[in-house]
Design a binder for this molecule. Sequence first.
Ligand SMILES: [Zn+2]
Length: 327
Amino acid sequence: MVRIICVLFCIFTLTNAKAEAKIVKVNSPYSYERLQKDLNKIQTRYGENIEIKTIGITNFGRRISGVKLGKGKTNIVLVGAHHGREWLTSALLMKMLENYAESYVDHKRMGFRSTDIFNQVSIWFIPMLNPDGVTIQQHHLESFPPSLQKQLLVMNEGSKNLKRWKANGMGVDLNRQYPAGWKQLNQEPSNPSYAFYKGKRPLESKEVIALTEFINEVRPQVAVAYHTAGREIFWNYKNGKYLKRDYKLAKKVSRLTNYKLSKPDPESVGGGFTDWFITTYHKPAITIEISYLVGETSPPLSVFKKEWKRNKYVGLLLAEEAKKLSQ
Ligand SMILES: [Zn+2]
């Protein structure tokens, strides 16, 4: 009897020691500082299963971090927060990273999917491509030079409310910066602005240079850009002979998330990350808009739980698809 109690006690203590507190918490706006802290903690906890890399530095000195999970030679890349007001996508990717890492080291399944896939396919997370824009949108201006405050007011059309901020710290819209149909994009606004300014030329912004160079280095089989909002998936831009393949993949993600699939539009404007990826590498890329529509602001924190549930298995599904594509 004493022996049984002893064994039970040991099992109890061991299980308790394993159940460590979650690192990524989404109970307040997800900031650049929080991201850096969470990345450090994840690195400490998951050690060799994780690789953190700075892929670039913004105009105002913030790091653009990339995190690799897994040991596979095949890669997929998931990018969040091209746009300042879309930091909920950073939180989503960080939550995904932590959950996948936790299951991977314990050889646990997620749903019916095995996380052993990460022995063959690695996921590179770029959770926050635009940390300057996120920081401006969250009204943390103390770390920017005072001269920027005046410029921000001009770029924000005189309004002190920065909640609608979409651009980077220079007033350039990062998802209108890629060399894929850039010339055909609307010229308005013609000057740096809180949103939509496409820049003087493509690949002008440091963030976009960093991402395109990084992509060229890791050559993913599939690329995803997470945005807000609208609960919709865009997948089509001059896909050429790969239209069917790319449609099939997007359809799978649509079924998994219950987000609607956009209709192919021959008139669709380019300039975006996935447009560039599709036309440059002839591999599938999708843009996933999380949350219901909210207008020119960030979605409320209250929607996060539902969006996480919808997206929990997206990275795993895409890793499985990337493995097939690489064969
Ligand atoms: Zn966006």
